[in-house]
Design a protein around this ligand. Structure first.
Ligand SMILES: NC(=O)C1=CN([C@@H]2O[C@H](COP(=O)(O)OP(=O)(O)OC[C@H]3O[C@@H](n4cnc5c(N)ncnc54)[C@H](O)[C@@H]3O)[C@@H](O)[C@H]2O)[C@@H](O)CC1
Ligand SMILES: [K+]
Length: 582
C-alpha cells in the first residue's frame, strides 16, 4: 500500500484530472460516498451492538461492521484496514446447493441502516471551504439518502466555497439539507450522535486558525464519535505532527492513498482506525509519479521486496545453506545483549551462529545457549570488556562467516571508533550496526569519509541513537521520522531502520517502508538486540539489505504481538519472549 505526501497527492490528483481526464467531480463524489459508507458502518457496529443487533449483514450484501472505533495500544498495528474488510462466513457445501436451487435474489448492495437505527442518528458535518469540505457535503447527501439525519455546519460563509465544493454546496441546498454557518448561531452538540470532520485535508498549512480551531475544539469537547475526511483536521499530513488543536477521530477515511501523517505517531493516535478508500485514482500511477514509501504489509514484502520467510528455504538444505552469523557484542555488564542477538539469529533461521565476546566471558557463558558457538575475541586481560586490538581477531573470525552483527552490549572503549572503522572497511560481507556501534559511528566525526561499503549495511538506531547520528534533537527528529530515515539512508548508502512505534525502514535507493506490527510490550530492554539478530540471520539466508531489514522488522513486531497475547498483557513481555514467538 502506497504512502504519499500531500504534494504527491496533489500531483496525482492533477495528473488524473488533467492528463487522464477523470473529472474532479467524480473523484469528489467517490470520496464523499466512501466517507458516508464508513459512517454507516460505524453506526452499525457501535449502535448495532448497543441495541443487540447482529453487527453485519443487516441489509444488503455490503452491510458489514468494522472493528470498534478506538483501537487499544496493542491492537494499533491492526488499525489500518484496506477496503474492503468485508469477509462473511464461508458457505457450507449444502448452503451453496440450496442457494443454487433458488431464483437469483435481488440484493440492495448499498450500506444501509435498519430504520430503527437510522432514526436515532443525527450527524453534524463540519465543512471547510476547500475540497475537503466538498467531500463532506457529498457525504452528507449520501448519508441522508441512506436515511440518516444530517446538518451541515460551514466553517466560513458558504459563498466562499469555490469550484467543485461550491457545486456540492448548491446541490445540498437544492435538496434542502439543513445548513448552519459558524458564528451565526449557537450549535447544540448534544443534539447530534456523530460528527464528520471535513474541515481541513491535504491543503491545510500550519495550525488551524479562526473558525477552524474553534470547531475542532468543540468537536473534541463534544465527546461524539468523529469520522475524519482524509486526515484529522489539525494533523500535519506529511509528518504526523499534531497542531493545536487537532481532531481526535474514531475513524479516518483516507482517500485514495495513505498519507504519511496517518502512519506515524502522534498522528496515528489522532486518526483512530484508518480506512483507505479508493476514489478512482489507479494505484499504478503512484509508481509512475515516483511515490516510494509503502506501508509494510505481507503483500508489500512479497511484491516489492521479494521477502517471504520461505524464500530461501529448500527441502535439501543443510546448516551451511542458511548461512553463518557472527555476533560481535556483549561485555561484562551487558553480556545478555549478545546472547539475545545470537539466540534471535538462530530462531530466525540461519544455520549457525558464532558469538564473538571478550575472552573472560566465554567460560561463564558457555552452556547459556548450547546451540551457539562462543569465540573469544580479546585476551583474558581485557577484564570482560572490548578493546581496540580485538578488531584483527574479529576479522579473522569473520573470514569463515557470512554476516557480521556488531553492537549489542558492546560498551564503549578507547579507540572504539577506529576499531569499528576497521571492521566497516575491511569486512566485505553484510554488516548490521546497532547499539554502541552506532554511537561509535556518531563519535567518529564524519563517517562518510570511511570507505563506502558495497555489501549490505544495515543500521538499526532507536530515536536517541538516530539523534546522535544526525546531530538533531530527538524531539525534532521524531517530528519527521520518514524524512529523517530516507535522507540518511540515501546520503550514506545504507539501509536505515529507525526504530520505535511504526518503525521506518529506508533503503539506500530512496524507498521507505513503514511497519505496522508491534505492541507497547516491546518497549523493554533487549528487544533491539533481538531485532539485530533477526536481521543478521535473514541477511545470512540470502536476503538483500532492505528486504532483510523490512522482513525482520515485520516479524519482530508480529512475534512481539504474539508474546503479549501469550503473556496476557503487553506489560509482561520481555525480550526473550519475542525470541520464543519467532
Ligand atoms: N481533486 C482533488 O484535488 C481532490 C481532493 N480531495 C479532497 O480535497 C482535500 C484537499 O483539498 P484542498 O487542496 O482544497 O485543501 P483543504 O480542503 O484541505 O483546505 C484548503 C482550505 O483550507 C484553508 N486553510 C488551509 N490551512 C488552514 C489553516 N491552518 N487554518 C484555517 N484554514 C486553512 C485554505 O485557505 C483553503 O481554503 C483532500 O484532503 C481531499 O479531502 C477529494 O475531494 C478528491 C479529489
Ligand atoms: K479532515
Amino acid at each position: 500500500m502506497y504512502v504519499v505526501t500531500s504534494e504527491q497527492m496533489r500531483a496525482l490528483d492533477n495528473h488524473v484530472i488533467h492528463r487522464i481526464g477523470i473529472p474532479a467531480a467524480a473523484l469528489m463524489e467517490n470520496a464523499g460516498k466512501a466517507i458516508a459508507e464508513e459512517v454507516l458502518k460505524l453506526c452499525l457496529s457501535e449502535r448495532g451492538r448497543r441495541n443487540g443487533l447482529p453487527s453485519s449483514g443487516t441489509s444488503g450484501a455490503a452491510g458489514t461492521a468494522s472493528a470498534p472505533a478506538q483501537a487499544s495500544g496493542q491492537e494499533r498495528g491492526e488499525a489500518l484496514t484496506e477496503h474492503s474488510t468485508a469477509m462473511g462466513p464461508p458457505f457450507a457445501a449444502n448452503d451453496l446447493a440450496l442457494e443454487m436451487s433458488r431464483p437469483s435474489p435481488v440484493l440492495d448492495g448499498d450500506v444501509r441502516l435498519p430504520t430503527a437505527l437510522s432514526a436515532q442518528e443525527h450527524w453534524l458535518i463540519l465543512v471547510g471551504k476547500g475540497h475537503n469540505g466538498g467531500d463532506g457535503v457529498v457525504a452528507a447527501r449520501h448519508l441522508r439518502d441512506a436515511g440518516v439525519r444530517v446538518t451541515l455546519l460551514y466553517a466560513a460563509e458558504p459563498s466562499s466555497l469555490t469550484g467543485e465544493a461550491a457545486v456540492q454546496r448548491d446541490a445540498a441546498a437544492a435538496l434542502g439539507i439543513p445548513a448552519l454557518v459558524h458564528g451565526r448561531a449557537a450549535v447544540d452538540y448534544g443534539a447530534f450522535t456523530g460528527i464528520v470532520d471535513a474541515l481541513l485535508g491535504t491543503g491545510a498549512s500550519g495550525a488551524p486558525r479562526g473558525a477552524y480551531a474553534a470547531l475542532i475544539q468543540a468537536a473534541n469537547d463534544s465527546g461524539l464519535p468523529v469520522v475524519s475526511a482524509d486526515i484529522p483536521s489539525g494533523l500535519d499530513a506529511d509528518t504526523g505532527a499534531r497542531h493545536e488543536p487537532c481532531i481526535s477521530a474514531a475513524v479516518t477515511v483516507c482517500l485514495a492513498f495513505l498519507k504519511r501523517g496517518l502512519v506515524q505517531y502522534p498522528g496515528a493516535e489522532s486518526a483512530g482506525r484508518v480506512v483507505v478508500r479508493s476514489i478512482g485514482i489507479p494505484a499504478s500511477l503512484c509508481r509512475e509519479q515516483g511515490v516510494r514509501t509503502h506501508l509494510l504489509t505481507p503483500q508489500v514484502l512479497r511484491t516489492e521486496l521479494d521477502a517471504d520467510v520461505t524464500r530461501y528455504r529448500t527441502a535439501e538444505g543443510h546448516k551451511g545453506t542458511y548461512g553463518h552469523v557472527l555476533t560481535v557484542g556483549g561485555s561484562r555488564t551487558m553480556s545478555g545483549a549478545g546472547l539475545l542477538a545470537s539466540r534471535a539469529a538462530l530462531r530466525a533461521g540461519c544455520g549457525l551462529v558464532t558469538w564473538a565476546l571478550p575472552a573472560s566471558l566465554v567460560l561463564p557463558l558457555s552452556g547459556a545457549a548450547p546451540e551457539i558457538m562462543l569465540a573469544p575475541a580479546t585476551d583474558e586481560e581485557s577484564g570482560g570488556n572490548w578493546n581496540e586490538a580485538s578488531a584483527g581477531r574479529v576479522l579473522e573470525l569473520a573470514k569463515t562467516r557470512d554476516v557480521l552483527a556488531v553492537g549489542p552490549g558492546l560498551g564503549r572503549f578507547d579507540g572504539d571508533s577506529r576499531w569499528l572503522r576497521r571492521l566497516w572497511e575491511a569486512w566485505e560481507g553484510p554488516l548490521v550496526v546497532d547499539a554502541d556501534a552506532l554511537n561509535m559511528l556518531s563519535s567518529s566525526g564524519d563517517f562518510s569519509a570511511w570507505r563506502p561499503r558495497s555489501a549490505a549495511t544495515v543500521l538499526t538506531p532507536h530515536p536517541g541513537e538516530m539523534s546522535r547520528l544526525l546531530g538533531t534533537p530527538t524531539a525534532e527528529l521524531q517530528q519527521d521520522r520518514i524524512g529523517a530515515a530516507t535522507g540518511f539512508a540515501a546520503e550514506h548508502g545504507v539501509t536505515l531502520v529507525l526504530k520505535g512505534a511504526r518503525t521506518v525502514v529506508a533503503s539506500p535507493d530512496g524507498q521507505a517502508y513503514i511497519n505496522t506490527t508491534g505492541t507497547s510490550g516491546m518497549a523493554t530492554g533487549g528487544t533491539g538486540d533481538v531485532l539485530t539478530g533477526i536481521i543478521a540471520s535473514l541477511l545470512a539466508q540470502g536476503y538483500a539489505g532492505p528486504s532483510a531489514a523490512a522482513l525482520g522488522v515485520w516479524l519482530h513486531g508480529r512475534a512481539g504481538e504474539w508474546a503479549a497475547r501469550h503473556r496476557g498483557h503487553p506489560a509482561s513481555v520481555i525480550a526473550g519472549d519475542v525470541i520464543d514467538m519467532l
